[in-house]
Write a protein that binds this ligand. Structure first.
Ligand code: NAD
Length: 331
């Protein structure tokens, strides 16, 4: 039988409790226990799940080989650095850290220690996005909207670092090119940090992403639209559905997998417009990303969402926040 990985969760609030519940269900995990600065929270969660309570962070770290850090972003670096000194593999909720410098330091430290870091950019595992795995995506224009209702949780950081960073990470994974120029605007409407923001990110390969995030909307929305030569793709992360419109030549048309939507002329050739809704698997994205984290430890693989990915998303998010702050102070 394969050796199980001993795991703990640090910070068992809203998301950390879900991490703990998921780890408890993964067969390759020996879920050891939980730590939080709130002792009542430790008791409640450890009683509920039948695992050990750790009132000291160091005690937990001595008993595990991997932890997930689901504390507020401002505390990620300190906790991660302490954990790395115990040679513990890390799953860190997004954003990886509060500052770029902290993320660089963690990456260097993890390399020295030879341990893995995966960052909780969970939307990479949204089934609606994963349904596009077999397609060749090369978007040149992207439009994304991530809107939610107001909740004090997460307002310790700008909406850019809390919500928009999900889309930034996805866009980075699709575009695979460094950014060249960023323009942004935003406003702190209700909280003390930016609650609504829009950014236009230009990449070196020519792609432009127009990204909007809000936490003061009446209705939830999480949509991304990708435009590329011969295709338009619409992803609804909330509904878990994906639609693809493509232009194909007569000889490529396979009516078993697509519907004919129309026909147009391009030069002398006739092109078909096809419509597809690729099958979307039923996956619990949180459980899946944690399973992949454990798998990367067991099989010595690079995590799919690495610390470097977390850093790249943070660099763009930070640049957007800087642009907005600069603009707002010059008013
Ligand atoms: P939360 O406030 O519900 O929970 C945070 C918990 O951490 C609390 O129980 C708190 O007592 C504990 N805590 C605070 N400081 C601590 C410390 N120094 N040591 C140990 N415990 C500490 O917050 P949340 O909504 O669960 O968010 C936690 C993290 O998860 C944040 O980084 C957030 O950005 C991220 N998050 C990610 C997603 C996602 O979609 N991936 C969604 C929500 C939150």
């Amino acid at each position: 039988m394969k050796k199980k990985i001993a795991v703990g969760v640090i910070g068992v609030g809203h998301l950390g409790l879900l991490h703990a519940k998921m780890f408890n269900q993964i067969p390759t995990v020996e879920f050891v226990g939980v730590h939080d600065i709130n002792q009542e929270r430790i008791k409640k969660v450890s009683d509920e799940l039948g695992v050990r309570s750790f009132f000291s962070l160091e005690d937990l770290l001595k008993n595990v080989s991997a932890v997930s850090i689901a504390t507020p972003t401002s505390t990620h670096y300190q906790i991660a650095e302490t954990a790395l000194n115990y040679n513990v593999h890390l799953f860190i909720e997004k954003p990886i850290t509060a500052s770029i410098e902290e993320a660089h330091r963690l990456i260097r430290l993890a390399e020295d220690k030879g341990v893995k870091i995966q960052v909780g950019h969970i939307e990479r595992f949204n089934p609606a996005l994963m349904a596009l795995e077999k397609y060749h995506l090369q978007p040149m224009f992207i439009e994304s909207h991530r809107l939610s209702q107001f909740n004090m949780r997460g307002t310790d950081v700008a909406v850019v670092l809390d919500l928009m960073i999900h889309d930034i990470d996805i866009i980075n994974s699709l575009v695979k090119s460094p950014w060249r120029n960023i323009q942004a605007s935003g406003v702190a409407v209700v909280s003390d940090t930016i609650d609504i923001a829009n950014a236009r990110i230009q990449f070196e390969n020519g792609c432009v992403a127009n990204v909007t995030a809000s936490r003061i909307s009446q209705r939830k929305m999480r949509k991304m639209r990708l435009f590329q030569r011969d295709a338009y793709i619409s992803i609804d992360f909330l509904e878990g559905s994906t639609e693809i419109f493509r232009l194909v030549g007569e000889d490529e048309l396979d009516l078993n997998s697509v519907m004919m939507f129309g026909e147009i002329s391009r030069g002398n050739a006739r092109c078909k417009i096809t419509y597809e809704r690729p099958p979307v698997r039923e996956i619990n994205a949180l459980k899946y990303e944690l399973e992949l984290f454990i798998d990367s430890i067991v099989n010595g693989k690079e995590p799919i969402v690495s610390a470097t990915d977390g850093l790249r998303a943070l660099e763009i998010a930070q640049q957007i926040v800087n642009e907005i702050n600069q603009q707002n102070t010059s008013l």
